[in-house]
Design a protein. Structure first.
Length: 297
């Protein structure tokens, strides 16, 4: 990966959080300074924001990333841990960010402690740990048992978890009712740039493969129905989309332990979960996975 998970997640959660306008401006200035490699100045600005607004999740996330950019992982560690404690949504990715810092400090016990916390919070994308920066993690005998626990939780090779919902058009949808089709379950939201980027490719695949028995069920994790309607009026998506308004607390999202989007789950014609994970964000990976399942009887 070009950037660490910690760096990506710091950016994602700063972008997605709800901020005071002045705090937003401060974070924007700090980001500009970081992009200009003026990390010390960015750190000073963030510290002033922490004094002014208190320990908000977004300021802590920005600060620990700047400390990492400065080559100070030891100082970044308590800030990242404090971010975990302050975050309103108990995301496993916050724990993964702390795990990364422990790896930088060669603290394997700490790394595994935080990886286990991430798993307890629903971390599923173990394929993200295949990068060379995690080689020490994979060499440790504690790693494979954790992977087996995650794989068991995902359920690949077993019947996908069934659900029933109502589409935005009022149609009742059940996953069990789609047997005979290859089904992609897409957890997404209008505010999520990678989700919108992925939908560009999904539109192509839906047109290409629908006649062969390919279906998509979109589960919107938006909280504002108006924004979903506005987006769909432009994009004119042709597949079934459900919206509960519960955002991350959507019943189907909880059933599937969703904590990062877009999340793609591929189910074969017999209703068996066959593929899942961040690797499906790559359009060629997605295309090959769909074609493989369509070729099966």
């Amino acid at each position: 990966m070009k950037r660490s998970m910690a760096a990506i997640l710091a950016i994602l959660f700063v972008a997605a959080g709800t901020l005071f306008s002045d705090e937003t401006e401060l974070l924007g200035k700090a980001e500009q300074l970081s992009l200009q490699k003026k990390h010390a100045a960015a750190l000073e600005l963030l510290d002033s924001g922490l004094r002014q607004y208190g320990e908000t999740e977004n300021l802590l996330a920005a600060k620990f990333q700047v400390l990492l950019d400065l080559g100070r992982p030891k100082d970044a560690l308590p800030v990242a841990i404090r971010r975990v404690q302050k975050a309103e949504r108990k995301s496993p990715w916050h724990c993964i960010a702390v795990m990364e810092i422990c790896l930088k400090l060669h603290d394997m016990d700490g790394a595994f402690a935080w990886l286990n916390r991430a798993v307890e919070r629903g971390f599923l994308d173990y394929s993200e740990l295949e990068g060379k920066e995690y080689s020490a993690l994979r060499k440790d005998p504690r790693f494979q048992p954790i992977v087996r626990t995650i794989q068991e939780r995902i359920g690949i090779g077993r019947p996908a978890k069934d659900f029933t919902c109502v589409s935005l058009s009022g149609e009742k949808i059940s996953l069990a009712g789609q047997k005979g089709n290859v089904v992609l379950i897409d957890f997404w939201a209008t505010w999520c740039p990678p989700c919108r980027e992925g939908i560009i490719h999904l539109k192509d695949y839906y047109e290409k493969f629908k006649s062969r028995g390919f279906e998509i069920i979109g589960i919107s994790l938006d909280s504002d129905r108006g924004k979903v309607d506005e987006y769909l009026a432009v994009e004119r998506l042709k597949w079934k989309i459900a919206f509960s308004g519960k955002a991350w607390y959507d019943d189907i999202a909880k059933l599937y332990s969703i904590n990062l989007i877009p999340a793609y789950w591929l189910v074969n014609r017999r209703g068996v979960l066959r593929d899942f994970g961040i690797h499906l964000r790559d359009k060629e990976n997605m295309k090959r996975a769909i074609e493989k399942l369509l070729s099966e009887k």
